[in-house]
Write a protein that binds this ligand. Structure first.
Ligand code: FEO
Length: 172
């Protein structure tokens, strides 16, 4: 049975994953409005879907352990960006915030001696390491590209191929 405090802490994470999903949906929609950013658009639509799955996984865990998952209302995400670099910079900063929040949750679970929640959260710890790695790598590439338009074209093409491979691998 989930304690009240742990339930509350997990619900806060549900909200964070919901905010992430909407933030990336907003980035996808922004990218879709710009000419020629098919790859960036697909990438963020996919990221948004993944964050929704992270949220669902938490909701199910809370309910299955006798808790009460709350579906949060969330603020409108940022929807104006000055460039692709700006979008990816925001993406990385957002993932840092999520990692911090997951780490705090892990600490809370450990202090409460809630080993089931602690074990469940390890999936999120690993997922955050991977998401930070991807976000960092993409930001590094954009740093190298600078204002080079042909570089940005290739960046978008690469990310489109990456998104297509990831989506075909996730199909049953
Ligand atoms: Fe589920 Fe990347 O936060």
């Amino acid at each position: 049975m989930l304690s009240k405090d742990m339930n509350m802490a997990l619900n806060k994470q549900v909200m964070m994953e919901a905010e992430s999903s909407m933030a990336y949906l907003s980035m996808a929609s922004w990218a879709e409005q710009q000419p020629g950013l098919d790859g960036v658009t697909s990438f963020f639509y996919q990221q948004s879907d993944e964050e929704r799955l992270h949220m669902l996984k938490l909701i199910k865990f809370i309910n299955e352990r006798g808790g009460k998952a709350e579906i949060p209302s969330i603020d409108k995400p940022m929807d104006e960006f000055s460039s692709v670099k700006d979008v990816f910079g925001n993406f990385l900063q957002h993932e840092f915030k999520v990692s911090e929040s997951i780490n705090e949750l892990v600490e809370t679970a450990l202090k409460a001696r809630d080993f089931a929640t602690h074990s469940f959260l390890q999936w999120y710890v690993n997922e955050q390491m991977e998401e930070e790695r991807v976000a960092r790598q993409l930001n590094d590439k954009l740093e190298l590209i600078g204002d080079d338009k042909s570089g940005l074209y290739l960046f978008d093409r690469d990310i489109l191929l990456q998104a297509a491979t990831a989506s075909s691998q996730s199909k049953p």
